[in-house]
Design a protein around this ligand. Structure first.
Ligand code: TXA
Ligand code: MG
Length: 344
């Protein structure tokens, strides 16, 4: 299949037509690029799963651009959900509701709930409004790879597998939306994102955090959380604790002796400590928003360096730092060395 690559808004009419005919369009959003199809067309949705190589029990988020669309798709909107909608939509927040029966089971992975997001990105909003369709859209990557935050990374993964890629430049937030389940008595955060726990608690009185986010042993409520994600080709290890830079340097020396291609993924502040190995600059620790927006691109650049082993450090888990560490921990398959507990 030939994939059309559009760079300007004037191609939105053609992209809209393709969506109405059951095609797949990758569009920028304010979080990451999304791979869009008509949420009510089962065949089109099947094509999303195929193009991404995504397991069929991992449900998709449906994107809307009006509250009228919401009421067709969901059965109940709790008071807390309504307050979250008023505060954060349009924006990087996905809410889980009980689904109406117009939502195809293939979208929800067989669940009776559905994930809905009202994105703020003008191109995505235009696609929804012009097509007058709710659009199912997972992140626009091959399953298991970091989510794409620019069109080139979508091309790398999906060229030849989908109908259209719209190049709308870099995504603002760079991490996927915060996901909150609103179907229980107390809303529960299933995936951390740019809408942080503190921001949520300014709007509603209580919010739970899915135990799976705190302890991998429990069963995730969001099917997507059990799959490996964002895995770079290199083995990535987080070194946490006092003296971590010293420990990383020792580990690097050992790896070099063994002929292993080794590098680091560190904040700007630590770059000068690692002048003699390939290093990816995460950005300044004083600007966690900047680290978030470049994280996935940095993970993809790691692959371009052809390394076998990469070391990184723990970042402060405050505000967006929670979402950053959630993605980084997945990227390293939860491989952490705690320096305080290990004598080298
Ligand atoms: O920012 C975003 O959310 C991006 C952009 C494109 O909107 N989309 C995105 O989609 O990240 P995806 O498919 O990569 O992640 C959707 C997550 C998965 O972890 C999935 O398991 C979860 O949402 N999810 C979807 N429906 C659900 C449901 N009914 N119950 C629980 N979790 C659900
Ligand atoms: Mg994804």
């Amino acid at each position: 299949m030939k994939t059309l690559i559009f760079s300007e808004n004037n191609s939105l009419d053609l992209a809209t037509k393709i969506l109405q005919q059951g095609g797949l369009v990758s569009s920028p959003t304010e979080t990451v690029y999304g791979l869009c199809a008509n949420a009510l067309d089962e065949k089109a949705i099947q094509r999303i799963f195929k193009a991404k190589g995504r397991p069929s029990d991992n449900p998709l988020i449906i994107h809307i651009a009006s509250l009228a669309m919401l009421t067709q798709l969901v059965n109940e909107i709790s008071d807390d959900a309504q307050m979250l909608i008023d505060a954060f939509w349009p924006g990087p927040l996905t809410l889980i509701f009980k689904a109406t029966n117009i939502v195809p089971k293939i979208v929800t992975g067989g669940l009776d709930t559905v994930a809905i997001r009202f994105p703020s990105h003008p191109i995505m909003q235009q696609l929804i409004l012009k097509s007058n369709l709710p659009l199912a859209a997972p992140s626009s990557n091959t399953s298991g790879k970091p989510s794409p935050t620019n069109a080139q990374r979508v091309i790398d993964d999906l060229n030849g597998k989908i109908d259209v890629i719209i190049d709308g430049g870099e995504c603002k937030f760079g991490l996927e939306s915060t996901v909150i389940d609103t179907t229980g008595i107390t809303p529960t955060i299933l995936r951390p994102g740019a809408i942080t726990t503190d921001m949520i608690l300014q709007v509603i009185e209580h919010v739970n955090i899915d135990p799976y986010l705190l302890n991998e042993e429990s069963i995730p409520k969001s099917p997507g959380m059990k799959y490996t994600h964002y895995s770079p080709n290199a083995n990535v290890t987080i070194v946490k604790g006092d003296n971590n830079l010293h420990v990383i340097k020792t580990l690097i020396k050992n790896n070099q002796k063994d002929g292993i291609a080794v590098g680091v993924l560190v904040t700007e502040e630590f770059l000068s400590d690692f002048k003699d190995v390939p290093a990816i600059n995460l950005g300044s620790i004083a600007n966690l928003d900047g680290i978030a927006s470049n994280l996935f691109e940095n993970l993809r650049q790691l692959d371009d360096l052809n390394l076998e082993q990469v070391y990184t450090t723990f970042l402060p888990q405050e505000g967006i730092g929670n979402a950053i560490m959630n993605r980084l921990l997945k990227a390293c398959g939860n491989e952490i060395i705690l320096t305080n507990e290990r004598v080298l």
